[in-house]
Design a binder for this molecule. Structure first.
Ligand code: KIV
Ligand code: ZN
Length: 383
């Protein structure tokens, strides 16, 4: 089995659904170029039927970005699929992503339909999409809560109709990692024609499990992951691209790899955050401001002896610069000395002890100890 994991970035579609984060066409083109530079395999550029501006964005991205496949979303509806095909006309590599609900809940309460009718609609949609493009991805919405036997039937039929990728979304972020992994395994083992398509994982983060679920899916045979920069997306967000990529890189025995240039992860996280006007939480894995910052004395001492005592990723590898030693009232002498040496002060043991006593008093009253504070502390000591 091929061990390459295709990275399908949906920052510009599912990610952009975050209230207040809507992008204009120029912003979308800029981000699409950055995603190309990052090395993603597929960019979901938008949902062309949703608005004239989104149609234009997909069209312009198709002209501007040539390396990755450009994908347009559609419902399993004729007009949507035709519009997606039109928006993608200029794309060098193009994909239509179409689909509909697979859970009984969605079938009954959203589509007011029956399992049989839903299967017919799914097959019709894939055949229509296939008449426009070779590469057709089918999504079985709410697959996380769907009956797996019915899901397997749906997947078999859409592959028979020409789907090249089958997306198994945990739309509501409901599954536990073992359940989601089992679902992918079941499809792999029970759908007769499964080898004719790639299984894709698309997880939402309502219970904070999107990354864990995506990894479970990949470990059980999926070979495409749908994700967003900074994990942005509807409600609690989508799977975070940087997390999945670094999980795979940090655990080489999984024998799964992506084409992502990891040094661009932090720069791109900041670009996306600025462009979408959406701050990144400081404790966010890989790209948060504190992801490589050490503030307690015990950790600082360990990191200064050997970075790997407390870091499993070299920050340089993800474009985060060097590890940070942050001074707080919990910091120790080793950290204080390290920061003072960086400022050019070489204190004797006694001088350091004295400065440290005064540093603690200041740090108890002040959250953030700056270089200027340190200079003042030492200068008082030296007069
Ligand atoms: O979460 C979901 O099910 C989706 C589909 C449209 C792929 O975003
Ligand atoms: Zn989604």
């Amino acid at each position: 089995m091929d061990n390459k994991v295709y990275v399908f970035d949906t920052t510009l579609r599912d990610g952009e659904q975050v209230p207040g984060c809507q992008l204009n066409t120029e912003e979308k083109i800029e981000l699409a170029k950055e995603l190309e530079y990052l090395g993603v395999d597929i960019i979901e550029a938008g949902f062309p039927i949703s608005s004239p501006a989104d149609f234009k964005s997909v069209q312009e991205i198709s002209k501007a970005v040539k390396e990755p496949t450009i994908c347009g979303l559609s419902r399993a509806v004729e007009k949507d699929i035709q519009t997606a095909a039109e928006a993608l006309v200029y794309a060098k590599h193009k994909r239509i992503h179409t689909g509909l609900g697979a859970s009984d809940f969605h079938i009954k309460h959203k589509f007011k339909s029956t399992r049989e009718q839903i299967l017919e609609q799914a097959v019709r949609a894939v055949k229509l999409a296939k008449s426009f493009v070779e590469d057709v991805e089918f999504y079985a919405e709410d697959a996380g809560r769907a009956d797996v036997v019915f899901l397997a039937k749906m997947v078999e039929l859409v592959i028979g109709a020409g789907a090249t990728v089958v997306n198994i979304p945990d739309t509501t972020g409901y599954c536990l990692p073992n359940e989601y992994g089992e679902k992918i395994k079941y499809l792999k083992e029970n759908v007769k024609n499964i080898d004719k398509a790639i299984i894709s994982v698309h997880c939402h983060n309502d219970l904070g499990l999107a990354t864990a679920n995506s990894i479970a899916g990949l470990m059980n045979g999926a070979r495409q992951v749908e994700c967003t920069i900074n994990g942005i997306g509807e409600r609690a967000g989508n799977t975070s691209l940087e997390e999945v990529v670094m999980v795979l890189k940090t655990h080489p025995y999984l024998n799964l790899h992506t084409n992502i240039h990891t040094q661009h992860l932090n720069p791109l996280s900041q670009i996306v955050s600025r462009t979408m006007r959406m701050p990144v939480q400081p404790n966010k894995a890989i790209v948060g401001a504190n992801a490589f910052a050490h503030s307690s004395g015990i950790h600082q001492d360990g990191v200064l002896k050997n970075r790997e005592n407390y870091e499993i990723i070299d920050p340089v590898e993800v474009g985060a610069g060097e590890s940070k030693i942050v001074l707080t009232a919990r910091s120790g002498r080793a950290a204080l000395n390290f920061r003072l040496e960086k400022l050019g002060f070489n204190l004797s043991k006694e001088e350091l002890n004295d400065t440290y006593e005064r540093f603690l008093i200041l740090a108890d009253s002040k959250k953030n100890i700056t270089d200027v504070d340190l200079e003042e502390l030492v200068e008082k000591q030296l007069v």
